[in-house]
Design a protein. Structure first.
Length: 180
């Protein structure tokens, strides 16, 4: 196995593959393939896929750091996989009317803007390491998506908490960019 195709990068690739699969369970509920399925089973499968993908997010970073397998490819694949998973989750939930379009718009706008800012920062040789607020934001987004998929109580409140943390962590990135 080449150095670039190490276990952490394979886990990120798995997450990339799982994102559209989860989206399929969320948005194609009326397809003939799912016609005999109860909608709650589609939620269970989408939720299971999301949990598996979320766990790979933890392990790819942990393994990369622990086994000294950090690669440039991993630096691209990991955030791409994260964004694809969040995009699939939020868009799918918006389509089935479980997530506010405004909340999804605010979260995705911040994600696109900060990704662009990070590209500019890297090109300028600036440090763009994740902040603690960014890590907490990601966890709360994942929990909110999980709650929304399962249609559990307080899911909407968690989504709006994720919006607040997403905007705050975006502010931190912007502040740090101009400070450096």
């Amino acid at each position: 196995m080449s150095k670039a195709l190490n276990l952490p990068n394979l886990l990120a690739l798995l997450r990339i593959a799982l994102a559209p699969l989860m989206l399929w369970f969320l948005v194609d509920r009326d397809s003939s393939f799912f016609s005999a399925w109860h909608p709650s089973w589609l939620d269970y499968f989408a939720g299971l896929i999301f949990v598996i993908a979320s766990v790979t997010d933890f392990f790819d970073g942990f393994i990369a750091r622990s086994w000294n397998q950090i690669t440039k490819l991993g630096g691209i694949l990991d955030p791409l996989a994260d964004k694809m998973l969040m995009l699939a989750g939020f868009l799918g939930l918006m389509v089935i009317d479980r997530a506010s379009a405004w909340a999804v718009f605010l979260i995705l706008s911040r994600e696109f803007f900060i990704t662009g800012l990070r590209v500019v920062a890297v090109a300028e040789g600036k440090n763009v390491a994740s902040t603690m607020a960014g890590k907490i934001k990601t966890v709360i987004q994942m929990v909110a998506i999980g709650f929304l998929i399962m249609n559990w109580p307080f899911a909407t409140e968690l989504l709006w908490l994720a919006v607040i943390l997403t905007i705050y962590s975006g502010y931190e990135y912007i502040r740090d960019y101009f400070k450096n």
